[in-house]
Structure formats: C-alpha cells, structure tokens
Write a protein that binds this ligand. Structure first.
Ligand SMILES: Cc1cc2nc3c(=O)[nH]c(=O)nc-3n(C[C@H](O)[C@H](O)[C@H](O)COP(=O)(O)OP(=O)(O)OC[C@H]3O[C@@H](n4cnc5c(N)ncnc54)[C@H](O)[C@@H]3O)c2cc1C
Length: 474
C-alpha cells in the first residue's frame, strides 16, 4: 500500500491529541490523528478545568459551545468528619484570563466538541486505527498503523504520542517514569441528578478517616462521587451490585441520583524521564500523570499541546531550528511537577485513614482555616529559561481583556504603545490608549506574546523582535 505523507502524526485522540491536532491545523500544519478506539472513552474522568484552559478552548472556537456543558466552580472545600472546614480554596467568576477561575464539566462532551472542530478544519482523523510501530531515521518518522485487519504506512516529519497512561510510544522509546510513590485506589462514580437545586456548586473533599470521599458537581445535572478503598477492600467488591448505592445512601434519598458510570482507578504521580527523542515527542498522560485532587491532569496535557503546537509549526515552517523543541520539556516539566506536588499534598490530607493522625491534622488545620480563611489555589511555579527573553513578566501567562484574543490571529503578537513598529513575522498591535494594557505594560514600551499566550518578554520593541528571531534560530 502507498505511504501517506503528513507533517505531524498524532497517536491518540483523547483531549490532548485532539487539541494538539486542532492547534496544529490552525497554524497551517498538515496533521493525521489516529485513535485506537472507534468511540470516545466513556468512563468517569476529568471534572474540572481552569481559566487558562477555557481561554485555549476560546482559541479553538469551542468555548461558547462548552458553556452549556460546564459551570463555574463555586468553591473547593476540604471538610473533616465533624463537618469542620480544614481548608478552602477561593474561586472567582472572573479572572485575568477573561473567564472564571475554574469550570466543572463532563469530559466526553468536551471530547465530542474537539473532534467536531477537527472535522470542521478538515484534519484527517483515523478512528479504529492503532499505531503499532514506528522508526525515526533523523529526517522523519515512518509509522505503521493497524485497524480492522489492515495496515497502512504513514511518513511524518514528527510523531507525537498522545496515547495516554499506557503509551505505546513511550514504551517503544524505552522511556521510564519518575514515580512520586503515591498510589491510592478509589472508586469513581458519575450520576445524573435531575434536581440538584438544593446542592452547592462546590467541590467537596470529605476527609473522614473512616472513608475519604470526594463529591464534585460536573456539568449541570451531573455529579461525581469518589470513595477511597479501605485496606481490606478489592476493586471487584467495590464494583459489585448494590455497593455504590450503599455508599451513596447517607447522602441522598432513593431515586435522587441515577448511577451512569463507575470505575476503580489507582491515583499516581508519574513523570516521564524524557519527553522527546529525535522527531518523536510525548504529550499529556503519556508524559505525566497525577492524582485528580487538584483537577489538573488533563489541563496539564492541554498546556503541553499549546506549548508544543507553535514550536512544531515554526520548526516545520523553517522559521525555527530543532533546538526550539528542547524548550518543550524544559518549560513544561517544572510546571507539571508543581501541580503533581500540589495534588499529592492535597491527596495526603484527604486520604488519611489513621484516626490519631487525622485528629492531629484536624486540630492544626481547623485552627489554620479559622485564622486564614479561604485562599486561591497556589500558582504553579513560574516558567524559567526556555523560549523566553529575560525581562519583567517573561514566562507569565498574558492577561486577556474583553475577549482580546478573538480579534487576534494564531501567531505571536507584539503589543506596543506609542512609536510605530513594523514586522512581517509578528502581529503588531498598538495598545496605546487601552488603559488596562497600558497599566499592565508599566514601564515597558512593548510585550511580545507567544502563540501559546505566554509572555516571551517585555521591554523595547526592537530588542524584543531581535531576541525573538535569535531565540527561534536556537
Ligand atoms: C477519576 C479521574 C478524575 C480526573 N479528574 C480530572 C480533572 O478534574 N481535571 C483534569 O484536568 N484532569 C483530570 N483527570 C485526568 C484526565 O482525565 C487525563 O489527564 C486526560 O484524560 C488525559 O488525556 P490524554 O489525551 O493525554 O490521554 P487519554 O484521554 O487517555 O487519551 C489517550 C488516547 O490514546 C488512544 N491510544 C492509546 N494507544 C494508542 C495507539 N497505540 N494508537 C492509537 N491510539 C491509541 C486511547 O484509546 C485514548 O483515546 C482525571 C482522571 C481520572 C481518572
């Protein structure tokens, strides 16, 4: 059979592979995305994404369509067995990203919208086709796909393994994980609740040593329940008929919730030791996994996609050297590790089953909360090094005022105030007179914003443009 040529082959069309395909296509890159399964994964998974991710959906043109499938998170409370608050994360209906601080949602609805957006953009998607082999000869990657008893060959400039936690791509490359040693089994249950008007739109961690429980609203009419397995319990026991109903009985009357899906997972903290070998890269769960307590696993994978898409596009377009791809793991790994460590710290508060230790935890944390009140989620570590120009705000996520992004293109922007600037490789935006941007720029004349909306640097326009071009050359 003839070999099909493409720019990027993406293995796996979960949220990360689909988002990466969409971002690459928007930047003019030819993409083929293959997916082993013929249907979208239906078992319970992500329930939360944050403002940065909603801004990414806006860039992909699906933010408005996501609104009916999501709702702003009202708060995130960690409560002990006596109902006292141990810690509380404040949430906000509006942030500098132009969206609420967090949204609760139903992952299959997002995956459907992402796939529809691929169809609209004409991305070639091969569902029911598994990546079964590949080799990288330095000039490109030759990949074998199998599906329905047939095989086909694809020649791509790059292969990205977005093929989830059991990644075939990662294993074939012989890349191991750095394991944080967190390993906790939980039963996860999704329910439909036609009437939930009496319940708050808050996520709740019930830190009861007798049975740690998570209760999380999802999209309107849906609610997530998670029950930690006790040391003597097995996954088979937890999945047995009547068990979930018995676990949920203390929280609701009969018939108030319809159980639609259930699964037992082990929550881990894992980071792949290398995220790129030559022309093959990893993104999403294939590169890292984390417990769900901070609601950031998928969000982190989507940030990988945003970080990688513009770099691949520039390298393939000849505007940047291969060295730019070395900044991918350098920038993303510390960020991901920040969230893994936060999620594990939260998990250690929730998963405590020793009653004495829980009593000591409660004594300290109840007093701490009374004194300090609710606080926002701690920010992830700032991006340091990588494709950045050392200057104030470099590595920060740029703000978005009044749906600013909608009026801009997909490339890099040079925002400036005052003197006229010209460049044909950047979108030039004069922000003089726009009070919020002028305040944000402060002393700087200009800011260069990368296509993933992180700040490359601030300062004088000419210096930024030279540093950008030099940085891309690598
Ligand atoms: C209980 C639970 C709760 C969670 N809550 C949150 C949350 O609130 N917020 C959050 O951000 N994240 C959360 N997560 C994490 C989130 O669900 C994952 O991080 C996310 O789904 C990973 O996306 P992905 O695209 O990297 O991988 P996946 O979604 O696993 O997709 C990988 C795809 O690759 C395909 N594939 C595999 N091998 C091949 C092959 N050889 N060829 C072709 N295709 C292949 C698979 O079929 C699959 O469709 C949660 C996870 C769990 C389990």
């Amino acid at each position: 059979m003839a070999t099909t040529q493409t720019g990027v082959l993406i293995a796996g069309m979960g949220p990360v592979g689909a988002a990466l395909a969409a971002l690459l296509a928007r930047q003019g890159v030819s993409v083929i995305a293959c997916e082993r399964e013929t249907e979208i994964y239906r078992l319970p998974r992500a329930a939360h994404f944050d403002a940065e991710i909603m801004r990414l959906f806006q860039q992909l043109g699906i933010a408005e369509a996501m609104l009916p499938h999501s709702r702003p998170i009202g708060g995130y409370d960690f409560i002990n067995a006596e109902g006292e608050m141990l810690m509380q994360f404040a949430t906000s209906p509006e942030t500098s990203q132009g969206w609420a601080s967090g949204y609760l949602f139903h992952q299959p609805a997002l995956e459907e919208l992402l796939r529809e957006s691929l169809d609209v953009m004409g991305v070639e998607t091969l569902t029911g086709w598994s990546l079964t082999g590949f080799s990288d000869d330095g000039d490109g990657v030759t990949a074998t796909l199998s599906g329905g008893g047939e095989t086909r060959t694809i020649r791509a400039q790059f292969l990205v393994g977005c093929d989830g936690g059991n990644s075939f791509v990662r294993k074939t490359l012989g890349i191991g994980f750095d394991d944080y040693g967190f390993d906790e089994p939980w039963l996860v249950v999704d329910t439909l609740m036609p009437d939930e008007s009496h319940l708050k739109p808050h996520g709740v961690q019930l830190c009861d040593p007798a049975r740690p429980i998570t209760i999380m609203p999802m999209s309107p009419g849906r609610r997530r329940w998670e029950f930690m397995l006790l040391p003597h319990e097995t996954p088979e026991e937890m999945m047995a008929p009547g068990k979930v109903e018995a676990l949920m009985a203390p929280f609701m009357g009969k018939g108030e919730a319809e159980i639609v899906r259930r699964a037992v997972y082990r929550f881990h903290g894992l980071v792949a030791k290398e995220w790129r070998k030559g022309r093959v890269l990893l993104a999403g769960d294939s590169a890292h996994q984390m417990p769900p307590f901070a609601g950031q696993g998928m969000c982190s994978g989507l940030r990988d996609a945003a970080n990688l898409a513009w770099k691949l596009a520039m390298v393939m377009d000849g505007k940047a050297g291969m060295g730019l791809l070395d900044t991918y793991q350098k920038e993303r790994e510390p960020h991901v590790r920040g969230f893994i460590e936060l999620a594990i710290a939260m998990g250690k508060v929730v998963c405590m089953q020793d009653t004495e230790a829980a009593r000591a935890r409660d004594a300290g944390m109840v007093a701490g909360h009374k004194a300090g009140g609710a606080a926002p989620l701690p920010p992830p570590p700032p991006m340091i090094g990588g494709a950045l120009h050392a200057s104030p705000r470099a590595g920060e996520l740029s703000p978005q005022y009044e749906r600013f992004d909608d009026q801009r293109g997909n490339g890099a922007w040079l925002l400036h105030k005052g003197r006229a600037v010209e460049a044909d490789d950047l979108e030039i935006v004069d922000v003089s007179g726009l009070a919020q941007w002028e305040i944000w720029l402060g002393e700087a004349d200009a800011a260069l914003i990368r296509p993933d909306r992180y700040v490359f640097g601030t300062g004088k326009a000419g210096d930024l443009m030279s540093a950008w071009r030099e940085g891309l050359r690598g």
